[in-house]
Design a protein around this ligand. Structure first.
Ligand code: CMC
Length: 470
């Protein structure tokens, strides 16, 4: 148990079928957060817990990030996200997440220097891009290229060597902007960028994305500051889907590059990091304030798969504190750059209407970080398809911090969830010639159930779709 956890009075579980009781340890964390330690549940009772989506399950202990979803609080290593976004910079937040404390000036300078000197990509890795279609989504390229790093940097794949682990961590943080910028340049058919070591992390990111070989590129400090804040706001968010994916992949002893590639794949989905791209597409689809009410109604219709993208969160049942900072940043960026994007007005009207609507109030659905980040990125010049890449660049440090923490946690085991089996009981195999005849279907789509939003509750005795049809 971590130093900040204390055993408390514990819990008693009663089986109402038999009246049998069992005792389980309870723990109280540093923020008075409580848990039931059920690790011995199955071995002592033979009973499993059922928790799809892990809504009530802590899969690990962590000292990195704390969220109070009811109050809308987010702390990294104890520091409020608002303070970090206002006063810190991305490199410092990376150090904080990785090493646990804010760096001294010397530690900051040396960490900064270390990251700046790992920004290059191996020449052969750059050739790897040629295998992708020019029209490939940059996130598809990110998954492939980051996974491929393990084929290039063999001196940093031994997870049992702390030096190699650190080297891999620094390499990933350093190379992500370059890998992302190359994905963008590749889609345009332009030469790959060269990182400039005198630039800060965010300046370099902008320079690699938007400079041309034939023209001098001067980094606009206002844009660099906005990019830096965006990266800070995405740096970590405890056990979200992609971070849990990285931990799960890493729990088998997989190398760090493969683990981060798995995180990127998970992030891509529209319910997670892909939401920033989806928000912008949604605003374009809504088109004008006159249509807002229609789309608010669509989002509430259970027969309609439409959801208000950038709204709702598994943990926050209050305003996402990152969204508040992002909204402020959005106004600042647009006014400083003199951009009049009608999507901002549309987003604000959408937010206003949603936040006064009973459906959203009852379900406690508030704007999340992705609601305004797309408008900010658009103003900064990023194409929509690069939005989730920007999220991935910012989040890479969070993934690595959790991967590192997991490897150092003696209580962690290979991730291996259990299941509640609801299929057939044991049955006898029948040779194909002796089976009944069913007409062949042209398409296999009948094997798949419809979308989740329309799915009817499943009767416990119902047979799986495959068996029904076959
Ligand atoms: N629009 C309309 N209804 C919604 C929305 C939404 N955006 N989000 C949740 N609901 C409803 C949902 O239909 C459900 O209703 P009911 O209880 O009647 O079935 C209820 O609210 C609870 O939703 P849920 O899907 O069970 O909640 P969850 O915790 O599993 O999902 C979420 C969280 C973020 C996936 C979901 O709110 C969502 O799909 N939001 C839109 C996508 C989005 O913005 N994602 C970015 C998340 S923040 C960035 C990040 O960290 O990745």
């Amino acid at each position: 148990m971590s130093k900040t956890n204390a055993k408390d009075s514990g819990f008693t579980l009663t089986d109402n079928q038999t009246g049998k009781t069992w005792e389980f340890e309870g723990h109280t964390g540093s923020m008075k957060n409580r848990l039931i330690d059920i690790r011995s549940l199955y071995s002592t009772t033979g009973i499993l817990t059922y928790d799809p989506g892990f809504t009530s399950t802590a899969a690990c202990k962590s000292d990195i990030t704390y969220i109070d979803g009811q109050k809308g609080i987010l702390l990294h290593r104890g520091y409020p996200i608002e303070d970090l976004a206002e006063h810190s910079d991305y490199m410092e937040v990376c150090y904080l997440l990785l090493y646990g404390n804010l760096p001294s000036p010397e530690q900051k300078a040396s960490f900064d220097m270390e990251i700046r000197h790992h920004t290059w990509l191996h020449e052969q890795l750059a050739r790897f891009y040629q295998g992708f279609m020019r029209s490939a989504h940059p996130m598809a390229i990110m998954v492939g290229v980051v996974g491929a790093l393990s084929a290039f940097y063999h001196d940093s794949t031994d997870i049992n060597d702390p030096e190699q682990r650190q080297l891999a961590a620094h390499r990933i943080i350093a190379k992500m902007p370059n890998i992302g910028a190359c994905a963008y340049k590749y889609s345009l058919g332009r030469p790959f960028p060269t990182p400039i070591n005198s630039h800060t992390y965010s300046e370099n990111l902008l320079q690699m994305m938007f400079s041309h070989t034939s023209e001098e590129y001067k980094v606009n400090p206002i844009l660099a500051k906005a990019v830096d804040r965006l990266l800070i706001l995405h740096a970590d968010h405890e056990q979200n889907a992609s971070t849990s994916t990285v931990r799960l992949a890493g729990s088998s002893g997989a190398n760090p590059y493969a683990c981060i590639a798995s995180g990127i794949a998970s992030l891509w989905g529209p319910a997670h990091g892909g939401a920033n791209e989806a928000v912008l597409n949604m605003l374009d689809e809504i088109g004008s304030i006159a249509n807002v009410k229609k789309y608010i109604a669509k989002a509430q219709d259970k027969e309609d798969p439409f959801r208000l993208m950038g709204f709702g969160h598994r943990v926050y049942k209050n305003y996402d504190p990152r969204a508040k900072v992002m909204q402020k940043s959005c106004h600042e960026v647009l006014s400083t750059l003199g951009i009049d994007d009608p999507r901002l007005e549309l987003a604000m009207r959408l937010e206003e209407i949603a936040l006064s609507d009973d459906y959203f109030l009852e379900k406690k659905l508030f704007p999340n970080v992705d609601f305004y980040s797309g408008i900010v990125m658009k103003a900064l010049g990023f194409p929509t398809s690069m939005f989730t890449v920007m999220f991935a660049i910012g989040r890479s440090v969070g993934w690595i911090a959790h991967w590192k923490e997991m490897l150092g946690d003696g209580e962690q085991k290979i991730g291996r969830p259990r299941q509640f089996y609801t299929g057939h009981a044991k049955r006898k195999y029948t040779p194909v010639g002796s089976r009944g005849h069913t007409p062949n279907k042209v398409s296999w789509s009948w094997l798949w159930r419809g979308n989740k939003k329309n799915a009817k509750p499943k009767d416990g005795n119902q047979k799986p779709a495959l068996a029904e049809k076959g």
